[in-house]
Write a protein that binds this ligand. Structure first.
Ligand code: 3BY
Ligand code: FES
Ligand code: FE
Length: 424
């Protein structure tokens, strides 16, 4: 952008950057963060700038935009984004902002269009972002080519769509290749969203993710989930018992026989994926552990696929079973306000009322989400007290939380350094 258009207002976060770096440098990695990271408006703005506007984010699934012109929108902080399938079938992502006077272009959560038409003065864009039409009143020198939509980095793999609003997107190829490989048996080109929920949690997004990264709270809070979920992350879990390891080894022999990837794969601290068994006698995260859907997600009849668990920091966790999958997206709305969107996927030809009932499909994670919402909100209220001080994480139960917070601290430090925010 030309310097003539620079915003000459002072950077309100200038002092906050060095304060954040100092607090992160001085923190005890085995303890939760200082309260400000969970409730301060300025540190929230920093999270938006340095994490959500620079890192890869899970946006949605390719099955949500199956045909050309289908799109969905999401907000990354103050940045409206539109993800759309182009004429040639390729998926594009743009800042959902008109290049005329900045109106939001697509105002609905999802839809299907022939072109992207601004609701304000009807500037019209091709699905690949080119400005096609701006009326006849923009003057003789008006250059359509100079006013295309601003692109957002977008990558797809295994049915997932990730976006990155940063100028330069972090390397992600290895993770995407693995995602393709782990999800290939689930035939992700043949899924649909059968149900969706979006809840608001009155808690900082990091409290929402921290809560998800441990099962210390599971026995006290998640009776429905524990009908099928085992409380171990994987065989590396410090709490894994010999009986659990034996069970895993037996299942892994079966998974080997039918080419279902299961090894624990890690991509830095940002991504992990692994297939783990569900509780003996259960095959799905339902109240009775039985399948919620009669049509399977690509898995051969009779094969117990366990659950493929996929983590993508900062904003997604996922569970793939033989009959259905549940994908989660977290978006920050405010220092103490977070949106958690859950989508239940089934085979695209599965018929509601015949192959599955939405209530059966949703029940466990609707209950679990609501329980987790309460936990995060109570956590937030306590953190806001003057009595709060960072507390110790359990090394055997909360190693996943330690890892998330370490990832967060590392990315903040690296991205702030890039910004010139180094400690002086
Ligand atoms: O979603 C997970 O990965 C589980 C559910 C509850 C806690 N967490 C480890
Ligand atoms: Fe979009 Fe005017 S702001 S056409
Ligand atoms: Fe939970």
């Amino acid at each position: 952008m030309s310097s003539a258009f620079r915003n000459l207002l002072e950077d309100p976060l200038a002092g906050v950057r060095s304060a954040a770096l100092r607090m992160l440098a001085e923190r005890d990695a085995a303890y939760s963060l200082p309260a400000a990271f969970y409730n301060d408006e300025r540190l929230f703005q920093l999270d938006l700038q340095e994490i959500f506007e620079k890192e890869w984010l899970f946006a949605g699934m390719t099955c949500e935009i199956p045909t050309k012109g289908s799109y969905f929108t999401l907000d990354v902080g103050d940045n409206p984004v539109v993800v759309v399938r182009g004429q040639d079938g390729a998926i594009h992502a743009f800042h959902n902002v008109c290049r005329h006077r900045g109106s939001r272009l697509c105002t609905r959560g999802s839809g299907k269009v022939a072109k992207l038409v601004c609701p304000y003065h009807q500037w019209t864009y091709e699905l690949d972002g080119r400005l096609l039409f701006a009326g006849n009143d923009m003057g003789p020198d008006f250059d359509l080519h100079a006013f295309g939509l601003k692109p957002v980095h977008v990558r797809t793999a295994g049915g997932y769509i990730f976006v990155c609003l940063g100028e330069r997107a972090p390397a992600v190829d290895e993770f995407l290749q693995a995602l393709d490989r782990y999800l290939a048996p689930h035939h992700m080109d043949q899924v649909k969203v059968a149900a969706e929920s979006s809840i608001i949690e009155e808690a900082n997004w990091k409290l929402v993710i921290e809560n998800n990264r441990e099962c210390y709270h599971c026995s006290g809070s998640h009776p429905e989930l524990l009908n099928s979920l085992m409380e171990f992350d994987d065989t590396d879990d410090p709490k894994a018992t010999p009986a659990y390891r034996d069970m895993v080894a037996r299942r892994q022999r079966q998974w080997d026989a039918c080419d279902l990837p299961y090894e624990l794969a890690r991509f830095g601290k940002r991504n992990r994926m692994t297939r783990t068994p569900l509780l003996d006698g259960t095959v799905s995260m339902t109240m009775d552990g039985k399948p919620a859907c009669g049509r399977r997600l690509g898995i051969a009849p009779g094969v117990d696929a366990g659950v493929l668990r996929i983590l993508h920091l900062p904003n997604s966790w996922n569970h793939f079973m033989a009959d259905h999958a549940v994908v989660f997206r977290v978006l920050p709305l405010g220092p103490q306000r977070t949106q958690v969107t859950t989508k239940w996927l089934v085979h695209k030809d599965a018929v509601e009322g015949v192959d599955y009932e939405v209530e059966t499909l949703r029940k466990v994670w609707d209950a679990t989400n609501d329980q987790d919402r309460r936990l995060a909100e109570e956590n937030q209220r306590g953190v806001n007290s003057r009595a709060y001080e960072p507390g110790p994480y359990s090394p055997t139960f909360e190693f996943g939380v330690v890892e998330f917070v370490a990832w967060y601290a590392e990315r903040m430090q690296a991205n702030l350094d890039e910004h010139g925010g180094t400690l002086r």
